[in-house]
Design a binder for this molecule. Structure first.
Ligand SMILES: [Mn+2]
Length: 296
């Protein structure tokens, strides 16, 4: 940095390069996706990338929760140019952009935006890894595994069905407390989808831990966090808030377990607020900060 300035549109502690060739291999690269065109209840997640990044400036480099200094190398490459109103084209642009990162051995962190955007990093990563080896860990209040929502296949509500169509090894959903009958029946008859409800995180956390620990530490794992997995008390400004959710402490515990795994990509979606310092943006930002503190 030449001057004594900072860039609140880039995540705090990120490195200064926009040149992929200069970026360190096996580091992390943040991409924001200001897209919320399929939002059905609460719009506004297009502002998520901005408010989440801005909130990161209130954190300190030493992460006392995990006794770890945030010295992971990571870059913030800005937001993609989305096509408002066009889910498929936006995902195509994002997939092309993240494919560039993946080709340079940079692991993507995608900040949404609505949940539909998660398809792009998973598709981009499936060019490098065999999709049949990838386990998806999906934290969400909703299953998001319906085939069509209001006749649309490309939607925040269908994202895990689109991911399942790609044929991943397994999808493990945690924090669920909302589903349609169609989704419940699909999950019941589908072997490689496992559901842990929000109550399971409180009453049977050991089962979740055991399930994650069954994943071999070399196997590729993709993590997708919809902020509505949290109780609306902690994250009120999301697209589809559902009561009786999980606490930030449970997310910390899951991140701690996952730190032993080979995480190849991560997204955090559905922060739907334009207000700087909003609790949902701060909590979302803290999750990314914790993730980076644990995964170097
Ligand atoms: Mn959700």
């Amino acid at each position: 940095m030449l001057f004594n300035t900072y860039k609140p549109w880039k995540f705090a502690f990120s490195q200064e390069t926009e040149n992929l060739k200069e970026a360190k291999e096996y580091s992390w690269g943040i991409i924001g996706v200001p897209f919320d065109s399929t939002s059905s209840y609460g719009p506004g997640s297009r502002f998520g990338p901005t408010t989440v990044r801005e909130a990161s400036y209130s954190f300190e480099k030493y992460n006392i929760t995990f006794k770890s200094n945030l010295d992971a190398i990571f870059y913030d490459f800005g937001n993609i140019n989305v096509i408002y109103g066009n889910c498929k084209e936006t995902i195509k642009i994002l997939e092309d952009t993240i494919s560039d990162l993946v080709e340079h051995n940079i692991k993507p962190i995608t900040i949404g935006g609505e949940h539909s955007v998660s398809l792009a990093p998973i598709k981009a990563l499936s060019k490098k890894y065999d999709i049949e080896d990838i386990t998806i860990i999906h934290l969400d209040a909703h299953m998001d595994i319906i085939d069509e929502y209001q006749g649309e296949k490309c939607s925040h509500a269908t994202i895990m069905k689109r991911v399942h169509d790609l044929n991943p090894k397994e999808i493990i959903e945690i924090g669920i407390r909302s589903a349609s009958l169609e989704e419940k029946e699909f999950v019941d008859r589908t072997e490689n989808v496992t559901i842990f409800t929000a109550n399971d995180t409180k009453e049977k956390f050991e089962n979740i831990k055991d399930k994650i620990n069954q994943i071999n530490e070399d196997e590729p794992v993709y993590l997708s966090i919809d902020m509505d997995v949290l109780d609306p008390l902690y994250a009120p400004e999301v697209g589809n808030p559902i009561p009786n959710g999980i606490s930030p402490e449970i997310i910390e515990n899951i991140l701690k377990i996952l730190a032993n795994n080979n995480i190849i990509g991560f997204d955090l979606v559905e922060v739907a607020t334009s207000k700087l310092g909003d609790p949902t943006a701060v909590t979302g930002s803290k999750i990314i900060y914790d993730f980076l503190s644990l995964n170097k």
